[in-house]
Design a protein around this ligand. Structure first.
Ligand SMILES: *[C@@H]1O[C@H](CO)[C@@H](O)[C@H](O)[C@H]1NC(C)=O
Ligand SMILES: *[C@@H]1O[C@H](CO)[C@@H](O)[C@H](O)[C@H]1NC(C)=O
Ligand SMILES: *[C@@H]1O[C@H](CO)[C@@H](O)[C@H](O)[C@H]1NC(C)=O
Ligand SMILES: *[C@@H]1O[C@H](CO)[C@@H](O)[C@H](O)[C@H]1NC(C)=O
Length: 517
C-alpha cells in the first residue's frame, strides 16, 4: 500500500494490448471520424458496417492510454469492455430487437460513485472503498445495460463527490490525483463530476454519467465544454450511487451534444423499485410516448419565455470578453424567437447564495445516507462514515490526509441531537427560498425557464430539486470554456431540451480541446 504511485501507474497503464485492426467496408463510405463522433453518426456507421462497437471501444481504450496519464479522468477501464462490445456487435448482426439504435453498442463512462456489479470497483475516488463488493448494479447502470450500452469504465471525481474536504482542489481524488482541464491544463476542471466532463471533452468515450447535489454536473460540464443535464430529483434512480443527500442528489448525462445527452436521459430516466418513492413520484413527468428525443426541435426557442437572472449570474467581474460572449448569446436567443424577460429577480438571492442552510442540511443528511450505502455492501473495509475517517487517518499518504484533511466528513460525523433543531430550521428555510424565489418568479412572469451565465446558479435549482442544463457557450480570453445555464420547475426537462437544443443548433461553439498548458 505504501508504494502508491507505482501501484497507481500500473493501474492506469495495465490495459489489454488489444488489436488495432480496423476492418473497413471498402464499398461503403470510410469509417467516420471518431473524435467528436455523435451517437447518430456512430449508429449510422454501425448500420453500414463501416464501424463496429469493438473498434470504437478499442479507439477509446487507445485514447485513454495516450491521454489519461495527463488528464487523470479515468480511474478504471472495464476489462470486459471489448467482449461486451463484441456481444453488442453480434446482437446487431442478428437483428436482436433493441439493437441498432439508441445506446446499443455505445461506450459509456460512469462517475466512480455509481455502482456496477462487474470487475470494476466503485469507490467515490477513495482507497477506503477499493476492493469493496456492491450488492448489484446501480439503477442507472442497470438501465444502461438494458439499453445495450457498453460500460467502458469509471471516471474520476472530486473525492466523495466533493463532500470530503473544503481545501482539496476540484477534481482531486486519492486514487487518481487531480483531474486536468483538457482545454487549459492549469485551469479548473470543476467538479465533482470532473472525470466524466474531462473524458467526454477529450474524446476518451462517447458519453458519460455524472451526479449532482449542487453544481456537480452543471459546473464541470461548463468548464469542459460539454452538455450536462441535471434532471429533476427522482427522475433518474439514485439507488446504488454513493450519496450525499437523497433530497438533492440527481444522476444525469454529460455529453458532447444535446442530442447525445437526451438519448442517454431517455435510457436512464424512470421508476426503480430500489429508489422508491422518489422515482415513482417523478415518473409522472416522463413523456408518455416518443421519449425526450421528440423535443430535439431546431426551432425549440420559438416563443419560449426566458427570465434573465442578471443579478448576480451575468456579472463577470469586469471580464469584457466573457460579457461580450453572453451579450451576443442573449441576442441569439431573441433572434431564434425567444421572449426575454430581462431582468428577473430571484427573491433572497444573496441569502440563498451565502447562507449556511444548504450545507447544514447536507451535513445532516450525508451521514445516515452514506452509512446506509456502506451497510448494504456485500463486503467492505469500511462500514460507517467513522470507519472512512479512521481509514484516511491510518493511510495519510494514500489519501493525502495531511495536505487536504477531511473536515467535511468530520463535521458530518460530529453532528448530534443538539443539531437536529437547526437542521429542521434549515430545511424550512430552503423550502421558503424556493417558494419565494424560483417558483414565484417563474409563475408570476409565466416563464418557461431561467437563463444564467454562471454555474453558481446551480444552488437555486439544487435546494428545491429542480432540473437544469448546461450548454457550451464559448471560451474566455485564455481559452477556458464557458457554459450557459437553463433551469426550470419540476419536470420541465422537455422545455429545457427544446431551449438547449435550439441554442446549440444556433451557436455550435463546442470545439475539441487542445491540451494547452
Ligand atoms: C458495406 O456497406 C454497404 C452500404 O453502406 C452495405 O450495403 C453492405 O452491406 C456493407 N457490406 C458489408 C460486408 O458489411
Ligand atoms: C479493483 O480493485 C482491485 C483491488 O482491490 C484490483 O485488484 C482490481 O484490478 C480493480 N479492478 C479493476 C477493473 O481495475
Ligand atoms: C453535540 O455537539 C455539540 C457541538 O455541535 C457539542 O458541543 C456537544 O457536546 C455534543 N453533545 C453530545 C452529547 O455529544
Ligand atoms: C424572501 O423574500 C420574501 C419577499 O419576496 C420574503 O417574504 C421572505 O420572508 C424572504 N425569506 C425567505 C426565507 O424566503
Amino acid at each position: 500500500m505504501a508504494a502508491t504511485p507505482l501501484f497507481l501507474i500500473l493501474l492506469l497503464f495495465n490495459f489489454p494490448p488489444g488489436s488495432h485492426t480496423q476492418t473497413q467496408n471498402a464499398t461503403a463510405s470510410p469509417r467516420p471520424q471518431l473524435t467528436e463522433a455523435t451517437i447518430d453518426t456512430i449508429q449510422l456507421a454501425f448500420k453500414h458496417s463501416t464501424l463496429t462497437s469493438k473498434q470504437l471501444v478499442q479507439f477509446y481504450i487507445d485514447r485513454i492510454h495516450e491521454h489519461n496519464h495527463l488528464l487523470r479522468a479515468v480511474i478504471e477501464v472495464n476489462p470486459d469492455a471489448l467482449s461486451l462490445a463484441e456481444m453488442a456487435d453480434r446482437e446487431r448482426r442478428a437483428r436482436v430487437p433493441g439493437s441498432g439504435a439508441g445506446l446499443h453498442g455505445i461506450p459509456v463512462l460512469l462517475k466512480d460513485n455509481i455502482a456496477t456489479k462487474d470487475k470494476l470497483n466503485t469507490t467515490a475516488g477513495s482507497f477506503a472503498l477499493l476492493g469493496s463488493s456492491v450488492p448489484r448494479d446501480a439503477g442507472v447502470a442497470k438501465k444502461l445495460r438494458a439499453a445495450g450500452a457498453v460500460i467502458l469504465g469509471k471516471a474520476s471525481l472530486s473525492e466523495w463527490s466533493n463532500f470530503r474536504s473544503s481545501s482539496a482542489p476540484n477534481g482531486f481524488c486519492g486514487r487518481t490525483g487531480t483531474g486536468k482541464n483538457p482545454y487549459v491544463l492549469s485551469a479548473d476542471p470543476c467538479g465533482s463530476s470532473s472525470g466524466p466532463g474531462i473524458s467526454v471533452a477529450a474524446n476518451l468515450v462517447t458519453v458519460a454519467i455524472g451526479s449532482e447535489t449542487d453544481g456537480s454536473i452543471l459546473c464541470p460540464s461548463s468548464a469542459n465544454s460539454v452538455v450536462g443535464i441535471k434532471p429533476t430529483v427522482g427522475l433518474t434512480s439514485r439507488a446504488g450511487v454513493i450519496p450525499i443527500s437523497p433530497r438533492q442528489d440527481s444522476i444525469g448525462p454529460m455529453c458532447r451534444t444535446v442530442a447525445d445527452a437526451v438519448y442517454v436521459l431517455d435510457a436512464i430516466a424512470g421508476f426503480d423499485p430500489n429508489d422508491d418513492p422518489a422515482t415513482r413520484a417523478a415518473a409522472r413527468y416522463i413523456p408518455r410516448g416518443g421519449g425526450y428525443k421528440q423535443f430535439l426541435k431546431p426551432d425549440g426557442l420559438r416563443e419560449k419565455r426566458l427570465g434573465v437572472v442578471r443579478n448576480p449570474f451575468f456579472q463577470f467581474g469586469g471580464d469584457e470578453v466573457v460579457a461580450a460572449v453572453f451579450k451576443n448569446h442573449l441576442q441569439t436567443l431573441r433572434k431564434e424567437g425567444a421572449v426575454l424577460v430581462d431582468p428577473v429577480e430571484i427573491s433572497n438571492i444573496t441569502e440563498i447564495l451565502s447562507s449556511s442552510y444548504e450545507m447544514d442540511a447536507l451535513l445532516a443528511e450525508f451521514k445516515p445516507a452514506l452509512n446506509s450505502y456502506l451497510k448494504h455492501l456485500v463486503s467492505s473495509k469500511v462500514r460507517t462514515l467513522a470507519d472512512v475517517i479512521a481509514f484516511n487517518n491510518k493511510f495519510p499518504k494514500l489519501e493525502k490526509t495531511r495536505e487536504y484533511g477531511q473536515d467535511i466528513l468530520e463535521t458530518s460525523q460530529r453532528l448530534n441531537e443538539t443539531n437536529r433543531k437547526a437542521v429542521r430550521e434549515a430545511l424550512f428555510k430552503l423550502k421558503q427560498f424556493s417558494e419565494n424565489g424560483i417558483e414565484k418568479v417563474m409563475k408570476e412572469q409565466k416563464l418557461d425557464a431561467l437563463v444564467a451565465g454562471s454555474s453558481s446558479f446551480s444552488v437555486v435549482l439544487a435546494i428545491g430539486g429542480f432540473p437544469g442544463m448546461s450548454v457550451p457557450a464559448g471560451y474566455d480570453g485564455g481559452g477556458v470554456p464557458l457554459g450557459i445555464f437553463f433551469g426550470g420547475l419540476m419536470g420541465s426537462e422537455p422545455k429545457l431540451i427544446e431551449i438547449g437544443y435550439g441554442f446549440e443548433q444556433a451557436t455550435k461553439v463546442r470545439k475539441p480541446p487542445s491540451f494547452k498548458p
